[in-house]
Design a protein around this ligand. Sequence first.
Ligand SMILES: C[C@@]1(CC(=O)O)C2=NC(=C\c3[nH]c(c(CCC(=O)O)c3CC(=O)O)Cc3[nH]c(c(CC(=O)O)c3CCC(=O)O)/C=C3\N/C(=C\2)[C@@H](CCC(=O)O)[C@]3(C)CC(=O)O)/[C@H]1CCC(=O)O
Ligand SMILES: NC(=O)c1ccc[n+]([C@@H]2O[C@H](COP(=O)([O-])OP(=O)(O)OC[C@H]3O[C@@H](n4cnc5c(N)ncnc54)[C@H](O)[C@@H]3O)[C@@H](O)[C@H]2O)c1
Length: 218
Amino acid sequence: MAYNQFRYTVQLNMENRRCVVVGGGSVALRKTKSLLEAGAAVTVIAPEILPEIAALQSTFPALTLCRRDYETGDIRHAFLVIAATDNRNVNAAVVREAKENHCLLNVADDPDAGNFTVAGTYDNGSLHFSAATGGNPRLTHLLLEDLRQQYGDDMAVFAAFLDEQRETVKQRLPGPRARQEFWRNTLTNQLLQLVKQGRLQQAKENILDAVNRIGAEP
Ligand SMILES: C[C@@]1(CC(=O)O)C2=NC(=C\c3[nH]c(c(CCC(=O)O)c3CC(=O)O)Cc3[nH]c(c(CC(=O)O)c3CCC(=O)O)/C=C3\N/C(=C\2)[C@@H](CCC(=O)O)[C@]3(C)CC(=O)O)/[C@H]1CCC(=O)O
Ligand SMILES: NC(=O)c1ccc[n+]([C@@H]2O[C@H](COP(=O)([O-])OP(=O)(O)OC[C@H]3O[C@@H](n4cnc5c(N)ncnc54)[C@H](O)[C@@H]3O)[C@@H](O)[C@H]2O)c1
């Protein structure tokens, strides 16, 4: 079931946000895990909860399990809600309550019924990639694998190194225009290609040379 509407991509800070997942099956497992990894406090409500979900409690104390049917009022104080039961009527009731409470809402069996869908992600520390295909999770998975191969640990190390250099450049070049020009001239596609070819050290040295030349006579 592909989704139709245009999507606006954001990166939510989920630290300690209250989330409710209604349903305890394989979809609930996937979403609960990624929400917990993002720092959210998650309550899962379902009569049958997969043991893999319960097992997450040992790593994530912010996970609460309610082994019962969904009841109206369950999502009153939720920031984000996932409707993931195998019962359309229950999912529809969750949609109603989530909309009344202006929650962020994802619906497993009907992407257009909620107000967001979940993009696939690949995270390697300093870099976070997202991919969405309009509802083809297998293709999303393959695209992310491809990105993982292209942009591995070296690119993450390079990104962290650039963060440090950006601070130095900020101090040495106070104007935003000058900084923009500096980075456009210095951080080029050619450098990106060097990192991809395994020549991280060379790429770092090129940046350092340029940073050290700031303010020096031409
Ligand atoms: C990215 C990812 C995020 C996440 O869920 O956390 C995600 N699905 C993932 C995994 C995954 N999904 C499915 C399987 C079971 C195996 C399989 O069936 O293939 C697996 C497990 C696996 O692949 O390993 C089945 C599936 N998913 C949807 C349907 C409904 C349908 O298509 O009708 C069906 C049944 C298809 C069918 O019955 O044929 C629908 C959606 N799934 C989305 C996201 C949204 C679209 C995102 C986009 O635009 O690309 C959307 C629309 C709604 C949403 O959930 O927001 C996540 C990680 C991907 C990764 O990194 O590997
Ligand atoms: N498996 C997938 O990857 C996938 C992907 C997209 C959509 N879907 C659809 O999403 C839905 C959920 O899929 P699933 O594979 O996680 O299902 P599942 O059968 O593994 O789990 C369904 C869960 O819903 C719970 N549930 C049933 N009635 C409930 C109620 N009244 N209150 C609270 N919880 C209740 C059950 O206890 C169970 O935990 C299905 O409609 C499915 O067709 C599945």
